[in-house]
Design a protein around this ligand. Structure first.
Ligand SMILES: [Zn+2]
Length: 159
């Protein structure tokens, strides 16, 4: 299957845009407080509340991405992550998107796309999360990109 571009996004089983934007604003706020562009939250869909938050922790090594960190936080307290939507300021890298899909979050949501990150000089493995989601046969995970991208893009200035 060819790697789709950003236009191939689904909106199935995804909370309303207003709720996603509220969660994205929370992700942006925790990123800004931590002085990193990468912030991620897990949105509890049943109550539209933020259940967990995390940022990148570069000092903890190359795998300490915001998305993996927030998934780890949740998995310390619960076995399954269904009912949680991963909301990230940037499109998850293949490692993080794969982890979220395997953890069976309800949906993946991001602001800035991985292609934009790469174009702006960030080191990226440019595989869109839609590609990974489309290749997981067990549990379809809807992917929605570009949520408040006009704000998240500002977190990633061109290098
Ligand atoms: Zn990652």
């Amino acid at each position: 299957m060819p790697i789709p571009d950003d236009a191939t996004l689904t909106h199935q089983q995804v909370p309303p845009l207003a709720v996603l934007e509220q969660a994205m604003r929370a992700a942006i706020a925790i990123a800004e407080r931590a002085k990193t562009p990468f912030g991620a939250v897990l949105l509890e869909t049943s109550r539209s509340t933020i259940a967990y938050t995390a940022t990148n922790k570069r000092l903890n090594g190359p795998f300490a991405h915001a998305e993996l960190n927030v998934l780890r936080s949740a998995l310390r307290q619960r076995v399954e992550l269904g009912g949680l939507v991963l909301v990230s300021t940037a499109e998850p890298c293949p490692m993080c998107a794969g982890a979220a899909i395997l953890a069976q979050v309800s949906a993946l949501v991001f602001g800035t796309s991985i292609t934009t990150l790469a174009k702006r000089g960030g080191r990226q493995i440019v595989v869109p999360s839609t590609y990974l989601a489309a290749h997981y046969t067990e549990h379809p995970v809807p992917v929605t990109g570009g949520v408040l991208a006009e704000l998240t893009d500002q977190l990633f200035p061109r290098r």
